[in-house]
Design a protein around this ligand. Structure first.
Ligand SMILES: Cc1cc2nc3c(=O)[nH]c(=O)nc-3n(C[C@H](O)[C@H](O)[C@H](O)COP(=O)(O)OP(=O)(O)OC[C@H]3O[C@@H](n4cnc5c(N)ncnc54)[C@H](O)[C@@H]3O)c2cc1C
Length: 381
């Protein structure tokens, strides 16, 4: 188990300082209230070079490992998971392109992504394909040198922002078994035939999540990532990275929820004393910090195993499950500790609470994570 080297600790502090000085909690709060995409902060992060972190050096990246990446995700989640997700998600497709892309696709997309000129969204879900994501119905058919796409995608986060290329899971062959007939197409979000609508969701207000109506949208066949029928393999290839990244960001957000509640408990006085003096609240805070520390350790364990390329599906699912449920629990308890004040946006807690409600659903629900954990607990025959 890795308890952070001096370099990792310094990296943690760098991201933390950046969030306080360059991004700020007020910026993130305002963008949530206005339901505005955080373009300025995204550009600053691109300028820092942090979108290069995981991309291999021979593709112009820094070639960092997933543990360093998880530390960054924890920092970026400090003032809300929604903000972190705007920065994290594009990297998952970037890594898909590194592994499955042609030389022409790498040339076309990777440098532009790393420098912040384009970003990626991932569109797997549909109205009838949620946890059972391979039930994808959106159909893509070859017509000359193009694919023509028709169908409906749902919950595609970040797709309504500018300069987005959507990695879209589509059915290219309806005749074979359901996981086998899928492909991934890279679809610019200004392609004719796409109607993208940002949804008025409880959480994810700034990055935004969308529904996409696809009516005979046409993209070159050269925009297919990997081989036809390889879609399921590609889209699940980044699940380990995605779940470690989001779990780390939940931990960052959960830590702030606890720290904010603790500070409020020291400052707020009732019955002529700080409410922290009431043992019932002290014990709540003690439980909250214990949960966050446990979640962080699970995330670091999963990230360390992934960095060493050890099999870790179970450990990653444990980290995702526990960190998401921790953010939900500590933000709910934070609401209780802040009392009426918690209901106001400037207290931030109601935003953490909303984020917590979505994070046990997005990226694979808690029920799905438990199923994966249980699969890893089968006795070996
Ligand atoms: C804010 C937000 C952002 C999102 N962003 C994206 C995105 O960028 N790209 C994208 O493709 N998708 C995205 N999603 C979709 C997300 O991945 C799905 O919501 C998630 O996979 C669950 O699917 P569902 O909502 O259809 O729920 P369902 O699958 O219908 O599940 C409903 C309930 O049934 C349970 N359930 C389902 N199957 C099982 C089972 N086998 N065993 C036990 N319980 C089960 C679930 O756990 C849940 O409690 C986003 C969702 C949200 C809310």
């Amino acid at each position: 188990m890795n308890f952070l080297t001096d370099e990792q600790r310094a990296w943690h502090e760098t991201v933390d300082r950046f969030m306080d000085k360059e991004v700020t909690r007020e910026y993130i709060r305002q963008h949530d209230m206005d339901r505005e995409y955080p373009y300025e902060a995204y550009e600053r992060i691109a300028k820092e070079g942090w979108l290069r972190l995981l991309i291999p050096e021979d593709h112009g990246g820094f070639g960092g490992d997933i543990f360093d990446y998880a530390i960054m995700c924890e920092g970026l989640g400090k003032y809300g998971f929604d903000f972190a997700t705007s920065v994290l998600v594009p990297t998952f497709t970037g890594m898909n392109i590194v592994k499955f892309g042609t030389d022409a696709q790498k040339d076309a997309y990777l440098e532009r992504f790393m420098s912040g000129q384009i970003r990626f969204s991932i569109s797997i879900s549909e109205p009838m394909a949620g946890s059972d994501a391979a039930s994808t119905r959106t159909r893509a058919q070859i017509d000359g040198d193009d694919y023509v796409i028709k169908g409906q995608k749902l919950w595609c986060s970040g797709a309504a922002a500018r300069d987005v290329v959507i990695a879209m899971l589509v059915r290219t062959d309806p005749e074979v078994a359901k996981h086998k007939g899928l492909s991934v197409l890279l679809v610019p979000n200004d392609t004719e035939g796409l109607a993208i609508r940002k949804l008025p969701t409880l959480a994810r207000r700034s990055t935004g999540t969308t529904e996409i109506f696809v009516d005979d949208a046409r993209v070159p066949a050269a925009n297919r990532l990997g081989a036809e029928g390889q879609g399921w393999e590609i889209i699940t290839d980044h699940l380990e990275l995605e779940r470690i990244a989001v779990a780390a960001a939940y931990v960052g957000n959960a830590q702030t929820a606890v720290s904010d509640a603790l500070q409020y408990a020291h400052e707020r006085e009732q019955f002529d004393r700080p409410i922290f003096d009431f043992q019932v609240l002290r014990h709540m805070l003690a439980d909250m910090q214990t949960q966050v520390d446990a979640a962080r350790l699970l995330v670091y364990r999963a990230a360390e195993m992934a960095a060493k390329h050890e099999p870790c599906a179970k450990e990653v699912a444990m980290a995702k499950l526990f960190a998401s449920e921790t953010l939900q629990t500590v933000s709910r308890n934070g609401m209780q500790i802040l009392g009426g004040h918690s209901m106001l946006p400037e207290a931030d807690m109601e935003r953490y609470f909303r984020e917590g409600m979505q994070c046990t659903i997005g990226g694979g629900t808690s029920q799905v994570q438990r199923t994966i954990i249980a699969q890893g607990m089968r006795l070996k025959k």
